[in-house]
Design a binder for this molecule. Structure first.
Ligand code: MN
Length: 251
Protein backbone atom coordinates (compact mmCIF):
# COMPACT_ATOMS: atom_id res chain seq x y z
CA UNK A 1 0.00 0.00 0.00
CA UNK A 2 1.28 3.41 -0.90
CA UNK A 3 0.62 6.57 1.00
CA UNK A 4 0.85 9.94 -0.65
CA UNK A 5 2.93 12.29 1.46
CA UNK A 6 3.44 15.81 0.20
CA UNK A 7 7.12 16.74 0.32
CA UNK A 8 6.53 19.62 2.68
CA UNK A 9 3.42 19.81 4.81
CA UNK A 10 2.99 23.22 6.44
CA UNK A 11 3.60 23.37 10.18
CA UNK A 12 0.68 25.00 11.97
CA UNK A 13 1.24 26.54 15.40
CA UNK A 14 -1.91 26.17 17.51
CA UNK A 15 -2.55 28.24 20.63
CA UNK A 16 -3.95 26.39 23.64
CA UNK A 17 -6.11 27.12 26.70
CA UNK A 18 -4.70 27.78 30.14
CA UNK A 19 -5.73 26.81 33.69
CA UNK A 20 -3.93 28.70 36.42
CA UNK A 21 -2.83 27.12 39.71
CA UNK A 22 -5.78 26.44 42.02
CA UNK A 23 -5.20 24.43 45.21
CA UNK A 24 -8.95 23.73 45.51
CA UNK A 25 -9.06 21.93 42.16
CA UNK A 26 -8.47 18.19 42.53
CA UNK A 27 -8.73 16.92 38.91
CA UNK A 28 -6.86 16.63 36.69
CA UNK A 29 -4.40 18.60 38.82
CA UNK A 30 -4.24 21.72 40.99
CA UNK A 31 -1.06 22.72 39.19
CA UNK A 32 -1.22 25.12 36.23
CA UNK A 33 -1.73 23.36 32.89
CA UNK A 34 -2.38 23.96 29.21
CA UNK A 35 -4.97 22.03 27.17
CA UNK A 36 -6.69 21.90 23.80
CA UNK A 37 -9.78 20.19 22.41
CA UNK A 38 -8.53 17.68 19.86
CA UNK A 39 -10.98 18.96 17.25
CA UNK A 40 -8.56 21.79 16.50
CA UNK A 41 -5.48 19.76 15.76
CA UNK A 42 -7.50 17.01 14.06
CA UNK A 43 -8.96 19.62 11.67
CA UNK A 44 -5.44 20.87 10.89
CA UNK A 45 -4.12 17.36 10.34
CA UNK A 46 -7.09 16.29 8.18
CA UNK A 47 -6.56 19.41 6.04
CA UNK A 48 -2.91 18.56 5.34
CA UNK A 49 -1.07 20.49 8.05
CA UNK A 50 1.28 19.37 10.80
CA UNK A 51 -0.18 20.56 14.12
CA UNK A 52 2.25 21.99 16.68
CA UNK A 53 0.78 23.00 20.03
CA UNK A 54 2.20 26.26 21.40
CA UNK A 55 2.73 26.50 25.18
CA UNK A 56 1.43 29.42 27.25
CA UNK A 57 4.71 30.77 28.56
CA UNK A 58 4.76 34.45 29.43
CA UNK A 59 8.10 35.30 27.80
CA UNK A 60 8.07 37.35 24.57
CA UNK A 61 11.45 35.92 23.54
CA UNK A 62 9.87 32.44 23.38
CA UNK A 63 7.32 33.71 20.86
CA UNK A 64 10.25 34.88 18.71
CA UNK A 65 11.76 31.38 18.81
CA UNK A 66 8.47 29.61 18.08
CA UNK A 67 7.42 31.80 15.18
CA UNK A 68 10.47 30.56 13.23
CA UNK A 69 9.24 26.97 13.58
CA UNK A 70 5.80 27.42 12.03
CA UNK A 71 4.31 28.32 8.64
CA UNK A 72 0.82 29.31 9.82
CA UNK A 73 -0.82 30.33 13.10
CA UNK A 74 -4.16 29.04 14.41
CA UNK A 75 -5.60 31.06 17.31
CA UNK A 76 -8.19 28.95 19.09
CA UNK A 77 -11.28 29.46 21.26
CA UNK A 78 -11.44 29.93 25.02
CA UNK A 79 -12.28 32.47 27.70
CA UNK A 80 -12.13 36.25 27.47
CA UNK A 81 -9.03 38.34 26.81
CA UNK A 82 -8.47 40.72 29.69
CA UNK A 83 -10.06 44.04 28.61
CA UNK A 84 -6.99 46.01 29.72
CA UNK A 85 -5.56 44.95 26.31
CA UNK A 86 -8.10 47.27 24.69
CA UNK A 87 -8.24 49.93 27.38
CA UNK A 88 -11.41 48.94 29.25
CA UNK A 89 -12.25 47.97 32.82
CA UNK A 90 -13.62 44.44 33.36
CA UNK A 91 -17.34 43.82 32.85
CA UNK A 92 -19.00 41.59 35.51
CA UNK A 93 -19.37 38.74 32.98
CA UNK A 94 -15.60 38.51 32.37
CA UNK A 95 -14.40 34.89 32.49
CA UNK A 96 -11.50 33.69 34.64
CA UNK A 97 -8.27 35.49 33.82
CA UNK A 98 -5.63 33.69 31.74
CA UNK A 99 -2.58 35.89 32.16
CA UNK A 100 0.00 33.81 30.34
CA UNK A 101 -2.28 32.95 27.45
CA UNK A 102 -3.30 36.59 26.90
CA UNK A 103 0.31 37.70 26.83
CA UNK A 104 1.67 34.83 24.74
CA UNK A 105 -1.09 34.95 22.10
CA UNK A 106 -0.78 38.72 21.75
CA UNK A 107 2.99 38.39 21.20
CA UNK A 108 2.85 35.58 18.67
CA UNK A 109 -0.13 37.07 16.81
CA UNK A 110 1.74 40.35 16.33
CA UNK A 111 4.86 38.54 15.11
CA UNK A 112 2.83 36.48 12.62
CA UNK A 113 1.13 39.63 11.31
CA UNK A 114 4.47 41.46 10.96
CA UNK A 115 5.69 38.59 8.80
CA UNK A 116 2.50 38.30 6.75
CA UNK A 117 2.21 34.69 7.95
CA UNK A 118 -1.22 33.09 7.41
CA UNK A 119 -3.36 33.47 10.54
CA UNK A 120 -6.68 31.71 11.04
CA UNK A 121 -8.46 32.62 14.23
CA UNK A 122 -11.53 31.11 15.84
CA UNK A 123 -13.91 32.61 18.47
CA UNK A 124 -11.59 33.94 21.21
CA UNK A 125 -8.83 33.82 18.58
CA UNK A 126 -10.88 36.05 16.28
CA UNK A 127 -11.14 38.52 19.16
CA UNK A 128 -7.40 38.23 19.96
CA UNK A 129 -6.58 38.97 16.32
CA UNK A 130 -8.75 42.08 16.43
CA UNK A 131 -7.24 43.34 19.69
CA UNK A 132 -3.68 42.60 18.46
CA UNK A 133 -4.38 45.08 15.64
CA UNK A 134 -5.77 47.75 17.97
CA UNK A 135 -9.47 46.87 17.72
CA UNK A 136 -11.98 46.69 20.59
CA UNK A 137 -14.67 44.29 21.79
CA UNK A 138 -18.10 44.52 23.35
CA UNK A 139 -17.41 42.62 26.56
CA UNK A 140 -20.86 41.09 26.63
CA UNK A 141 -23.70 40.92 24.12
CA UNK A 142 -25.92 42.47 26.79
CA UNK A 143 -23.91 45.68 26.29
CA UNK A 144 -25.39 46.25 22.85
CA UNK A 145 -28.89 44.78 22.53
CA UNK A 146 -31.51 43.05 24.59
CA UNK A 147 -33.26 41.10 21.83
CA UNK A 148 -30.38 39.51 19.94
CA UNK A 149 -30.29 36.09 18.38
CA UNK A 150 -29.09 33.52 20.91
CA UNK A 151 -25.31 33.29 20.40
CA UNK A 152 -24.46 30.96 23.28
CA UNK A 153 -26.14 28.42 25.52
CA UNK A 154 -25.59 29.64 29.08
CA UNK A 155 -25.81 26.07 30.39
CA UNK A 156 -23.33 24.78 27.80
CA UNK A 157 -25.53 21.72 27.38
CA UNK A 158 -26.52 22.02 23.73
CA UNK A 159 -25.20 23.47 20.55
CA UNK A 160 -26.72 26.69 19.29
CA UNK A 161 -26.88 27.45 15.57
CA UNK A 162 -27.81 30.55 13.60
CA UNK A 163 -27.48 31.78 10.05
CA UNK A 164 -24.87 34.28 8.90
CA UNK A 165 -24.59 36.31 5.73
CA UNK A 166 -21.19 36.53 4.08
CA UNK A 167 -20.26 39.75 2.27
CA UNK A 168 -19.52 39.37 -1.44
CA UNK A 169 -16.08 40.44 -2.57
CA UNK A 170 -14.41 39.15 0.61
CA UNK A 171 -11.85 36.36 0.88
CA UNK A 172 -14.28 34.47 3.10
CA UNK A 173 -16.95 34.58 0.39
CA UNK A 174 -14.43 33.40 -2.19
CA UNK A 175 -13.47 30.44 0.06
CA UNK A 176 -16.96 29.39 1.13
CA UNK A 177 -18.76 30.26 -2.09
CA UNK A 178 -22.15 31.02 -0.49
CA UNK A 179 -23.99 34.13 0.63
CA UNK A 180 -25.69 32.49 3.62
CA UNK A 181 -24.59 29.56 5.76
CA UNK A 182 -25.61 28.14 9.11
CA UNK A 183 -22.92 28.24 11.79
CA UNK A 184 -22.72 27.15 15.39
CA UNK A 185 -22.42 29.87 18.01
CA UNK A 186 -20.81 29.85 21.44
CA UNK A 187 -19.75 33.36 22.38
CA UNK A 188 -20.87 36.14 24.73
CA UNK A 189 -18.48 38.77 23.37
CA UNK A 190 -18.36 40.35 19.93
CA UNK A 191 -16.07 42.69 18.01
CA UNK A 192 -16.90 46.38 18.30
CA UNK A 193 -14.31 48.42 16.36
CA UNK A 194 -12.25 46.44 13.85
CA UNK A 195 -8.47 46.65 14.24
CA UNK A 196 -6.13 48.35 11.79
CA UNK A 197 -6.42 46.81 8.29
CA UNK A 198 -9.36 44.57 9.25
CA UNK A 199 -12.86 44.64 7.80
CA UNK A 200 -15.98 42.67 8.67
CA UNK A 201 -16.74 39.88 6.20
CA UNK A 202 -19.84 38.25 7.74
CA UNK A 203 -22.74 39.16 10.02
CA UNK A 204 -25.36 37.17 11.91
CA UNK A 205 -28.43 37.02 9.67
CA UNK A 206 -31.03 38.25 12.14
CA UNK A 207 -29.21 40.74 14.34
CA UNK A 208 -26.24 41.90 12.20
CA UNK A 209 -23.65 41.09 14.85
CA UNK A 210 -20.19 40.83 13.24
CA UNK A 211 -19.27 37.15 12.84
CA UNK A 212 -16.07 37.30 10.72
CA UNK A 213 -13.15 39.62 9.96
CA UNK A 214 -10.31 39.60 7.48
CA UNK A 215 -7.26 41.69 6.70
CA UNK A 216 -7.55 43.74 3.55
CA UNK A 217 -3.83 43.69 2.66
CA UNK A 218 -2.12 40.69 4.28
CA UNK A 219 -2.29 37.45 2.30
CA UNK A 220 -4.41 35.26 4.60
CA UNK A 221 -5.61 36.73 7.90
CA UNK A 222 -9.13 35.56 8.72
CA UNK A 223 -11.13 35.42 11.93
CA UNK A 224 -14.47 33.71 12.51
CA UNK A 225 -16.67 34.02 15.58
CA UNK A 226 -18.05 30.47 15.18
CA UNK A 227 -16.36 27.05 15.58
CA UNK A 228 -15.68 25.32 12.24
CA UNK A 229 -13.47 22.74 13.98
CA UNK A 230 -16.50 21.50 15.96
CA UNK A 231 -18.54 20.86 12.79
CA UNK A 232 -15.80 19.65 10.51
CA UNK A 233 -18.25 17.42 8.63
CA UNK A 234 -19.78 20.56 7.11
CA UNK A 235 -18.32 21.56 3.79
CA UNK A 236 -17.89 25.23 4.72
CA UNK A 237 -15.78 24.22 7.74
CA UNK A 238 -13.48 22.04 5.64
CA UNK A 239 -13.16 24.75 3.00
CA UNK A 240 -11.85 27.35 5.46
CA UNK A 241 -9.32 24.97 7.02
CA UNK A 242 -8.14 23.82 3.57
CA UNK A 243 -7.70 27.41 2.37
CA UNK A 244 -5.69 28.21 5.52
CA UNK A 245 -3.42 25.16 5.15
CA UNK A 246 -2.89 25.88 1.43
CA UNK A 247 -1.96 29.49 2.20
CA UNK A 248 0.49 28.25 4.87
CA UNK A 249 2.06 25.81 2.40
CA UNK A 250 2.71 28.70 0.00
CA UNK A 251 4.25 30.89 2.67
MN1 MN B 1 -22.92 33.94 16.85
Amino acid sequence: MQFYMPSKMPRIGISVSEMLENKDRKKPTWKPFDYLKREYHEAVQKSGGVPILLPNINDPSLAHQLIDMIDGLLLTGGGDIHPSYYGQAPHPTLTERTLNRDSFEMSIARLALERDMPVFSICRGHQVLNVALGGTLHQDLSCIKSDTVIHADPEQTARIYHKIKIARGTKLHEIIGSDIIETNSSHHQVIDKPGSGLKFSAFAFDDNIPEAIEHTELKFVIGVQWHPEAVFDREHSRRIFSAFIEASARK
